[in-house]
Design a protein around this ligand. Sequence first.
Ligand code: FAD
Ligand code: NAP
Length: 322
Amino acid sequence: MTTHTTRMLIIGSGPAGLSAAIYGARAMMEPIVVQGLQPGGQLTITTDVENYPGFKDVIQGPWLMQEMQAQAEHVGTRMMWDTIVSVELDQGSPFRAIGDSGDVYEGETLVIATGAQAKWLGVPGEMELGGKGVSACATCDGFFYRGKKVAVIGGGNTAVEEALYLTNHSDDVTLIHRRGELRAEKILQERLFANPKIAVLWNKAVERFAGDPLGGGLTHLELRDTVTGALSEFATQGAFVAIGHAPATELFQGKLAMDANGYLAVEPGTPKTAIPGVFACGDVMDHTYRQAVTAAGTGCMAALDAERFLATLEFARQEAAE
Ligand code: FAD
Ligand code: NAP
């Protein structure tokens, strides 16, 4: 068992964690990033990224994350192949985190960037056709389906917002929901029903995503009527699963405040949690925007606030020593 100490401990290696690391390293905080089970985060499971600033041509998600990591390491970040299994926050700074390896990580500040994962239906074809017609992010991938017939699966706010967003790219959007009424807020429902580009298929569950992962991608959905049990097919080239997201916050249950959906609570407009010196950034605290660039932005904010926290702490220690 080894104890690693740092002025800034970062849990998570997606755009939020790596951006915090770049800023933290340049502020001489010698950050440690514990990468977790998905080094590079969610963008490593996608292909084309067209909306990250700085690139006129289409770039690949995994490549972007390799570049971010290389930049973070170049300026002095230590990357750790480990997953945090518990944290100790109640004693204040330094904060302790225990890795799956048995190693202990001690950070004078702690940046939480553990992200969130889209929930999937778990039916055949979904993973195989991921990026080939099946997506969980209309803002990210909607552009690739411009002019095509697309479907959104789900009945909550996210699904309705995704359907409305997709009408920017397609005149033929169908919302497919397993029940006969939506869970989404009434105002969103009104907008949905008033939009001539959107149709709703009620009481339908997706049983299978069908198509050729190596060729033309998604061709159709196999549906089951949840009332009658009747089977049917729905032709579409793009299907967006929008049944919710799960923030990776199990580690912080009972230790940090969360909202009703498990996202870490922060002081509005900042990455500050209720514990001084502990910051949260990226999708783990943001259920609204959930983009690589917003995750990177809040990662930067977390590093800047961590630096300020340490400066204040050191000033207080000096004063106490005099
Ligand atoms: P994540 O990227 O989710 O990273 C979380 C990190 O935390 C991971 O490294 C994980 O290993 C680590 N972690 C979790 N738990 C632990 C633990 N216990 N110990 C240690 N580490 C841990 N956004 C765009 O802007 N443009 C796009 O084109 C785009 N396309 C997308 C396509 C897909 C298929 C998906 C799923 C998302 C897409 N997004 C896109 C959204 C974007 O990927 C996310 O908004 C962004 O990755 C969030 O960054 P993050 O750093 O907050 O978290
Ligand atoms: P959600 O409210 O939990 O809704 C999930 C939807 O997906 C529900 O309609 C659910 O169906 C359906 N679903 C879940 N599992 C399914 C499955 N296996 N197969 C088929 N359908 C399935 O999730 P969300 O829409 O992502 O919203 C999460 C939270 O964020 C909510 O509190 C929401 O209000 C909030 N949010 C707010 C805004 C906004 O304010 N603009 C935008 C987005 C999200 P059932 O209805 O049958 O359960």
